[in-house]
Design a protein around this ligand. Structure first.
Ligand code: CUA
Length: 610
């Protein structure tokens, strides 16, 4: 049979097209699976890194596994959080601390890890509250905020940094200017301060006055200088007057010079903190002119340079970190905000307006070579901070980079007008950057830092060490301490409260001291008391003491909020509030002395000893 040549040609075209199509599909699929392979962490396996993302106006820190992007935990800091029983009750010391220092919300921007010899040691993470001028310290053995301070003489605690290489201070920049003496009657231009906080005592040791809005912070790797970008040298009070000058500054504070001046009594003490004025202390402050309204500042891992990003200029300014001289000002793209590093001589700068990360070679840019741009990758969308794993230490890992994008637009299933934030994980191990994965977060991470799981794992505790005021098993009691005051000393263990009932009288002030006496990991018990605004979550070994009003007469069932065993639902007890005029005699309860309320033997759920 003779075939028409056209049919043959058509057939072969179809076959070729099909082959090309299959090939293309296969290539795309294999690119997908290669990317997936770089971020996939199988069930039961662990991520290589802990990522700490600031929670922005949620006032917390998000702990994210890298490379999986899985949200592992939230560490509440400046905001009460029922999920963790954090600062929930008005008598909770942490809540009182929050209220005394600025309120029950915060705006966290920059998570900073403690350093030893220039690398992260896993002791502490600091986080700022821009809104209320606060600094919090998180203990990484417990993943719990342990100190929160209000920084005096400062408003808008924005950029923070630890002084390398051994965390001599935590630097906090005051972004919002204030009248110099704090008085509204002062007609002099507003100024602000950079605060130097002792990392152990969390005491503000001294402050250095700087004119303008003090923005992002970093320090030289040798600990000599604290660097801050400063915009609005015009000292204007509205946007138009803030962008008059062509150049603003990178401020370099000579830390040893500041210490000497403080020791010599050259500071003016205000609110207990000596403030050094650069006008009276020559050499203390160097202002390096950089294109107007700069934003990020980042020291290179080798300590040679510090890089200020242009924001309103398409350039970054590379400054010698020792001589403080500008060595180059290469163009990188529109809206450069922050820079991070791979440890192989490359810098990665976020471009807010271009929605890109640009990779460029530092030595080539300094030498004035034309081919310093290595690669560009699109991000989605309008990136703010970016951070490569270890890029903020002396030993970058050079594998993953996180792009923290301000807008997600079309990237997720629509969830109403308020869209999630979009974080993107980029592979920076090769010459070209590769987009690997994205994950959404609640609003609104600004910045991130990472530490190897291998560093934190031996440090992180699974059970709290019993506090001095912990209630011991067998020492539970209900004691009337005053005519209208009752103290309950209670223990929790699967799956019972001891005592499991107590009686008080209307008008009583009830003090509840409660200890979770579990010694097994992940055995968290709750204590929720209806109609008393009382909700506590107690990890193993944890003790909490709260004081509350007995409330209206009635029977109130307290119950466990955290699933703990097959008898979790049965883990409850009663607070009986007798009327004021009740004739019932209330007797004190003591462990072993009273059958009523004796502990039901703990019911093991998993037997999972650590
Ligand atoms: Cu204890 Cu549920």
């Amino acid at each position: 049979m003779k075939r028409h040549p056209f049919i043959l040609i058509a057939l072969s075209v179809v076959t070729t097209l099909a082959a090309v199509h299959t090939l293309g599909c296969g290539a795309a699929r294999s690119a997908r699976s290669l990317a997936a392979d770089k971020v996939y962490v199988a069930p039961g396996e662990h991520d290589k890194y802990y990522g700490f993302l600031s929670g922005g106006q949620s006032g917390s820190v998000f702990v994210v596994g890298i490379p999986s992007g899985r949200l592992i935990r939230e560490i509440p800091v400046f905001e009460p959080r029922a999920a963790y029983g954090y600062a929930m009750h008005e008598s909770d010391p942490r809540r009182q601390e929050l209220e005394a220092t600025g309120g029950l919300w915060g705006d966290t921007h920059h998570p900073m890890l403690s350093e030893k010899n220039g690398v992260f040691d896993g002791r502490y993470l600091w986080i700022n509250d821009l809104a209320n001028g606060r600094l919090a310290r998180i203990r990484l053995d417990y993943f719990e905020a342990d100190r929160i301070i209000k920084i005096p003489n400062l408003q808008g605690a924005h950029g923070i940094a630890v002084v390398s290489p051994d965390t001599k201070y935590v630097v906090v920049n005051g972004e919002f200017e204030q009248p110099t003496d704090g008085l509204t009657t002062n007609p002099a231009p507003y100024t602000s301060v950079v605060a130097f906080v002792d990392p152990d005592s969390m005491v503000v040791k001294f402050q250095v006055r700087v004119n303008g809005n003090i923005d992002i912070a970093d320090t030289s790797k040798d600990g000599r200088y604290a660097f801050s970008t400063v915009y609005n040298l015009e000292q204007g009070k509205d946007m138009g007057s803030m962008i008059q000058y062509d150049r603003d500054a990178l401020a370099a504070i000579d830390i040893p010079a500041a210490e000497k001046a403080v020791a010599a009594g050259r500071g003016v003490v205000r609110n207990g903190v000596p403030i050094l004025d650069p006008a009276d202390n020559p050499g203390l402050l160097t202002l390096i002119p950089v294109p107007k309204n700069p934003h990020g500042v980042n020291a290179t891992p080798d300590g040679r340079y510090v890089i200020a990003s242009g924001k309103l200029s398409p350039t970054v300014t590379i400054i010698d970190a020792h001589s403080l001289k500008i060595v180059a000002e290469p163009e990188v793209g529109l809206g450069p905000l922050h820079t991070t590093f791979d440890g192989r001589g490359n810098a990665f700068t976020s471009l807010f307006l271009d929605s890109q990360v640009v990779k460029w070679n530092i030595d080539k840019a300094v030498a004035g070579a034309s081919d310093y741009i290595v690669d560009r990758i699109n991000v989605h969308y309008n990136i703010g901070h970016l951070q490569a794993v270890g890029g903020d230490s002396t030993h970058p890992n050079g594998d993953y980079l996180l792009a923290l994008n301000k807008l997600s637009k079309d990237q997720y299933v629509p969830v109403g007008p308020d869209l999630p934030e979009n974080q993107e994980i980029i592979d920076i191990s090769g010459e070209k950057m590769k987009m690997l994965a994205s994950f959404p977060t609640p609003p609104e991470p600004h910045d991130a830092t990472f530490i190897a799981a291998s560093v934190l794992k031996p440090i992180v505790k699974q059970v709290f060490t019993l506090a001095r005021d912990a209630v011991a098993t067998g020492k539970e009691s209900v004691v009337r301490t005053a005519p209208h005051a009752v103290t309950i000393n209670m223990t929790l263990i699967r799956s019972a409260y001891t005592p499991d009932s107590f009686e008080v009288r209307e008008g009583d002030q009830v003090t509840l001291r409660v200890t979770n006496v579990e010694t097994i990991r992940d055995m968290i018990h709750g204590f929720a008391l209806p109609d008393h605004n009382l909700n506590i979550a107690l990890p193993p070994g944890y003790t909490k003491t709260l004081t509350f009003d007995a409330g209206k007469p009635g029977v109130y069932w307290f119950y466990c909020t955290n699933f703990c065993s097959a008898l979790h639902l049965e883990m409850r007890g009663r607070m009986v509030v007798q009327p004021k005029d009740s004739t019932v005699t209330l007797t004190d309860w003591h462990a072993g002395a009273n059958v009523k309320g004796q502990v039901v033997a703990g019911v093991p759920s998993t037997g999972d000893k650590q």
